[in-house]
Design a protein around this ligand. Sequence first.
Ligand code: ZN
Length: 434
Amino acid sequence: MPPPPTPPPPGAARQPAGGRLVDVSPSPFHLCAEVARRLGAAGVVEVRETEAWPTEQGRYFLVRGGSVVAWSTESAAGPQSAFRIVGGHTDSPNLRVKQRPDRSSAGWETVALEPYGGPLLNSWLDRELGLSGRVTVRRGGRAEHLLVRIDEPVLTVAQLAIHLSEDRKGVALDPQRHLDGIYGVGEKADLLADVADRLDVETDALLGWEIMTHDLVPSQIFGRKADLLAAPRLDNQTTCWAGTTALLDVVDQPTEGVVPLLVLFDHEEVGSTSDRGADSDLLVTVVERIVLAAGGTRDDYHRAVSGSVVASGDMSHATHPNYADRHEPSHRILPNGGPVLKVHPNLRYATDASGAGAFALACEQAGVPLQRYEHRADLPCGSTVGPLTAARTGMTTVDVGAPQLAMHAARELMGAADPAMYTDALAAFLAPEY
Ligand code: ZN
């Protein structure tokens, strides 16, 4: 008997031509470029922070480095209209290339790498890695930014053989000594010259670079009933995909008097304090300029802020089958169980009863189940952009997410049905049926 046909993955119909967002976005810069491409294709117009913004109602976006913001004022009922905001972050933990990368040791040519954020270091070993990121080059006396993406296996971080470890249990990895990538054998390598070569510029035209590694295995739907999804950077490109898709879902049918806005910040994994992280002026500046461009006053801005609500999206821990005791026993989080509301009484998450109510209503409106997460009280809880966004803006903020395992591994795992349910909930949040 032939095997039953594999059902299409949930959300497959939502995937536009050009590939899955995660597979074409190895760095925050590529993620922003791909989100910008999708927004542009849907008629959303790019504005620049250095220029005056259009005073007409419309749909717009801007990119600031590795962060992107998009919104529509088409349904606004005056400059004091409240915002419905979905937030997320574009960066993921990985191994990044040091400024002077070339090394030689024991006949191997190696590249000096160091962790960005808190990657599960062991998961990065013994994988063939590509390179991506952004470089600044000199062009005719001016500095210009270029994206670089090498989707070929060019280096690997090799693990120490079990026979050479002291207790045959493997080694604890030292981020300074054990993470250099093997790039070749023998002849002295020059990684920056190779990058310049790819970009068709002279090596001495490279003025600055932010280059990182990525695993080359594409995302994959798999499992007994095609109900699992494995991919790199699920934290937090799941939210980037869901938020972008949700915004594009609602811009044609927005709620009267509400401005839907998507903000995806860089640098969450390293604390968000930068020119474009959640602890920057990015969101408050954009909101203020939207109000001012609509002819509003400073008082209109404060009225808009006061009525606005933020759903800060970041991934959530599903209950791990092999480590169920690491989770709060009465708050099991199931794969393919729907979006997650994250609550922490000591405000590692920003959720309060008011924000929880807004997101619970959105899930009801979308017809998807809602799961409620609390961390074990005896384990330190990670944080996310939610509390920073709440503090920077003064807006009611609720921390939400989709469940996954292996957070911060080079390759992460989630239920294949969750991205679509998460998207539907975020779309309902951006366009509430009052
Ligand atoms: Zn995250």
